[in-house]
Design a protein around this ligand. Structure first.
Ligand code: F6P
Length: 364
């Protein structure tokens, strides 16, 4: 009998349910394999009472089309830095990794399939180094995980961002305005770059290419004649000016370790106005609309392949590895390799050259 524990960690992402469904369906082809889900990442294992549920065919039927995750997720359940509340109500951070591994082994779990982004896969690697069999599945709309061409969820987010550019083009044109669309991506500009090309924006600002505000202003002015013209800008939330900083704030949510990004679109407007830019400017921060809702067909297929592959690796005992999609092939790499660095936009890539070639300015 094999017992597999599945969990989804970090921000939600279109396609999580499709991965879970594929894991369960693939497991059902085997004799003696049981799949369980830990509710809200490692919270389900660590919290008392535990929240671990058996996942059967009936739990996963038809869920591949649904956004979110049927087993919940959280950004605050790192077993190495676990938020624990004392009887007096005070919170502290405690390393509960050894206790958790012990618990899972006692309960007979043979391996964890952790569906998550870079933070989650770093946890997978650390648990694997401590002897827990773990298999990673790369998830994030940001597409910033190494060793894989695409994480699931990215294509759906790009479509959402592109739809937004399409709509903003018409309102920008009607009012002769500059419309700034801020998209997610953390320190990677993938969503911004793809949406700018697909939507036909004039300016695309990404973290990998710090922008010169003078050049951004110049490109805007080149689009106006006698006060008439319009410009669409797509800016990644992690973009920053040359010699400047990213726009973010520390979260006051206990246990939340990331910097909360957001607001760079407003900062860009400020900078342009300070430089004397005369155009009317409006900003749209797309936010979590990029993450919610149903995955598109590409992400459903990718997520289904990832789930089936993860289950096959679990059956073969290929632990300490992350599933990948590279050069159109589903394969895997060691978690060490997968977590050594993030996958960022290469400013010299053909994709960036293509964007520049059709007149998109990066402000560089
Ligand atoms: O990593 C995915 C992501 O959506 C980023 O693009 C974004 O910065 C972040 O998560 C937002 O996280 P939260 O939902 O915790 O605010």
């Amino acid at each position: 009998m094999k017992k597999i524990l599945v969990l989804t960690g970090g921000g939600d992402c279109p396609g999580l349910n499709a991965v879970i469904r594929a894991i369960v369906k693939r497991a059902n082809k085997e004799k003696d394999v049981e799949v369980y889900g830990s509710i809200e990442a490692y919270n389900g294992v660590l919290k008392s009472p535990q929240e671990i549920i058996r996942l059967k065919n009936k739990n996963v039927a038809g869920i591949h089309v649904k956004g979110g995750t049927i087993i919940g997720t959280t950004t605050k359940a790192d077993p190495f830095n676990f938020p624990v509340q004392a009887a007096n109500g005070e919170w502290s951070i405690v390393d509960q990794s050894d206790e958790m591994i012990e618990k899972l082994k006692t309960q007979g779990f043979d391996c964890i399939i952790s569906i998550g982004g870079d933070g989650s896969q770093r946890i997978s690697k650390a648990l694997s180094d401590k002897g827990m069999p773990v298999i990673g599945v790369p998830k994030t709309i940001d597409n910033d995980l190494a060793c894989t061409d695409f994480t699931f969820g990215f294509q759906t987010a790009v479509q959402e961002a592109t739809n937004a550019v399409d709509k903003l083009v018409s309102t920008a044109e009607s009012h002769h305005r500059v419309m700034i669309l801020e998209v997610m991506g953390r320190s990677a500009g993938w969503i911004a770059l793809h949406a700018a090309i697909a939507g036909g924006a004039e300016i695309c600002l990404i973290p990998e290419i710090p922008y010169d505000i003078h050049k951004v202003k110049k490109r805007i002015e080149s689009r106006y004649k006698d006060g008439r013209g319009f410009v669409n800008i797509v800016i990644a939330e992690g973009a920053k000016p040359k010699d400047g900083n990213i726009t973010g704030r520390k979260s006051d949510e206990f246990g939340y370790q990331n910097l909360r990004l957001g607001g760079v679109a407003y900062q860009l407007t400020e900078q342009l106005k300070q430089m004397g830019c005369k155009a009317d400017i409006r900003e749209v921060v797309l936010g979590h609309l990029q993450r919610g809702g149903s995955p598109n067909a590409f992400d459903r297929v990718l997520a289904t392949q990832y789930g089936a592959k993860a289950m096959e690796m679990a059956l073969k005992g290929e632990f300490g590895r992350m599933v990948t999609f590279k050069n159109n092939e589903i394969s895997s790499v060691s978690l060490a390799e997968a977590t050594v660095a993030n996958h960022n936009v290469d400013p010299n890539s053909f994709l960036v050259q293509t964007a520049k070639g059709i007149g998109i300015s990066f402000g560089d």
